[in-house]
Design a protein around this ligand. Structure first.
Ligand code: TNX
Length: 536
């Protein structure tokens, strides 16, 4: 009898271990209670949804149909069926990005207040299924089992972003969509699309066609490091038409991803000046789209014509992007040309500005006023603190956390994106064995250790930290494969820092789950970096 009991508990024990191994979700849900048993999606399983969550239910259904080769349809009903079903139900008492998921042997029930919450429930459900569910074609003999559990989940931060610089290198719409899928998979809710640079203007503006005719093409590209690289001697270009932008915005909406478009000013403007030299400090100069990396001295002059131009550009941008934030750059604006410009010096005198930093602040304040008057919010890199922050600005803190801390103390909203922890253009492993990168050294473990709420802030001030974002600058990333290599799996760590409660943060546990998670990325044909698998 004793022996039988021991045998039985061994069996139950190993079953539980088996089941727990299936809960390899990234980002880790707030609360997950494993239960014995499993739900299996079979031929007779119905997907049932309220009409409000129908699109989300369809999104799940389409993926399941793809891997099973079935042609099942979602049924719209307020209440589920008695037999096997996956149900989507409304729960008014939950938060906007919150969901609960209950998997038991007969049913999986996802409850949410909003479609966005239900969508996050689906992302979790997909991660409870075998990793082959992420395949792009039918998988023969796939058993779609879900280990039983109860999940209550909600994000830690309201802003969870991933950025992509398409100025230094251009990436096609198909890749941007894949990037958005990966953003959604990790429960990020924001895609920061860095659309203009010294090295290329990448968005069609109807009123100023030369921005793309001239500004999107550079004569050649520096391959290798600034200072030691070589020019390839080949023209390089690319831009998104407004139709393409609309397509991407609509695509992102379906994945509950908001796009923050960025139009750089007053610096990082050389490509715009190549198209419209009259907006520069030296209108007689022949500007070219920048062919090297680094920061160009060619910046917008704070003339009335420039403000008119930028307001017209931003008007078209705001028509295309419905999100509340409009990013105006503001970073790395060398003041050399303003210092030697008669016009700038006169303007400073007239406006009572004591130095060029105050002139930068004057520039940004005017733009802030315009964006605010259109009912949107201006966001900028932390240099917009220079010479005094404009009243409605949200700050992206990239040169460490100092800018973010100062802004939060002044009562401004902040997104943390410090280079030390969230710059995915830095090396992730020994540079000797890695492809060329800009420099820096940022391991997966260091990303995972990031804490976005600085000790210097009081509890009330910490409320201004809306969240965090990882940045992907592409000077050295010429291909989409290389972008994927630099971004994954480090973005998985960023996602967990942004979403999961700090109390559950555990790097060993994360890397254990990550081993399963990269199988998903593999099925999605993501060229993730494998170095973390051999790291101790
Ligand atoms: C700084 S971060 C920049 C980018 C570069 C990046 C390289 C920021 C606002 N500006 O223009 O690409 O460093 O790491």
């Amino acid at each position: 009898m004793k022996k039988l009991f021991a045998c039985l508990s061994l069996l139950i024990g190993s079953f539980t271990t088996f089941a727990q191994n299936q809960y390899n979700i990234i980002p880790l849900p707030q609360k997950l209670t494993p239960q014995a048993g499993e739900f299996v999606v079979g031929k007779n399983t119905a997907i049932v949804s309220t009409s409000e969550f129908k699109d989300v239910a369809n999104f799940l259904n389409e993926q399941l149909n793809l891997v099973t080769g079935s042609s099942k349809k979602v049924s719209i009903k307020e209440k589920g069926l008695a037999s096997s079903s996956i149900q989507f139900v409304k729960n008014e008492s939950l938060g906007d990005e919150t969901y609960t998921l209950k998997a038991s042997s007969k049913q999986v029930v996802i409850a949410a207040k909003t479609a966005k919450g239900a969508f996050y429930g689906v992302q979790t459900l997909l991660q409870l299924l075998p990793t082959q569910v992420f395949s792009e074609a039918k998988v023969e003999g796939l058993k779609l089992s879900v280990p039983n559990c109860t999940i209550e989940d909600a994000p830690r931060y309201v802003y969870r972003g991933l950025h992509l610089d398409v100025g230094r290198h251009f990436f096609p719409v198909s890749f941007v969509k894949k990037y958005i899928d990966l953003i959604a998979l990790h429960k990020f809710n924001t895609f920061h699309w860095h659309l203009t640079e010294d090295q290329g203007w990448r968005i069609e503006i109807k009123k100023y066609p030369k921005l793309t005719e001239v500004g999107s093409v550079r004569k050649q590209t520096l391959v290798g490091h600034y200072g030691s690289g070589k020019y390839d001697g080949k023209p390089y270009g690319g831009f998104y038409t407004q139709e393409e932008v609309k397509e991407v915005v609509a695509y992102a909406k379906k994945k509950f991803v908001t796009i923050v478009p960025e139009i750089e000013m007053p610096g990082h403007a050389q490509a715009a000046l190549a198209a419209y030299p009259e907006l520069g400090c030296n209108p007689d100069k022949i500007y070219e789209v920048y062919t090297t990396w680094g920061v160009s001295d060619d910046v917008f002059a704070p003339r009335e014509e420039t403000f008119t131009f930028l307001e017209n550009v931003l008007t078209e941008v705001m028509d295309l992007f419905p999100g509340q934030y409009i990013h105006i750059g503001g970073d790395e604006c060398p003041k050399t040309q303003w210092k030697s410009s008669r016009f700038c010096q006169d303007l400073m005198k007239r406006e009572g500005l004591k130095d060029e930093h105050e002139l930068q602040s004057y520039f940004i304040r005017r733009i802030d006023k315009f964006i605010t008057s259109k009912g949107r919010k201006m966001i900028g890199w932390d240099e917009i603190l220079e010479g005094g922050l404009s009243p409605n600005a949200t700050v992206m803190s990239w040169r460490g956390e100092e800018g973010g801390i100062a802004a939060a103390k002044e009562g401004h909203d902040v997104i943390m994106t410090p280079g030390s922890h969230l710059y995915l253009d830095h090396y992730q492993a020994d540079p000797k064995t890695e492809p060329l990168a800009i420099g820096g050294f940022l391991t997966l473990e260091k990303v995972y250790s990031y804490e976005p709420a600085p000790k210097e802030l009081t509890a009330d001030q910490k409320k201004f930290i809306l969240g965090l974002q990882a940045n992907v600058w592409t000077e050295y990333m010429q291909t989409t494969d290389y972008v994927e290599y630099m971004v994954f799996p480090r973005a998985c760590a960023v996602a967990e820092v942004a979403w999961s409660p700090i109390s559950t943060r555990n790097y060993t546990d994360f890397t254990k789950r990550l081993k399963t998670h990269v199988e998903r990325l593999g099925n999605l044909k993501v060229n993730y970096a494998k170095s973390f698998l051999s790291a101790k």
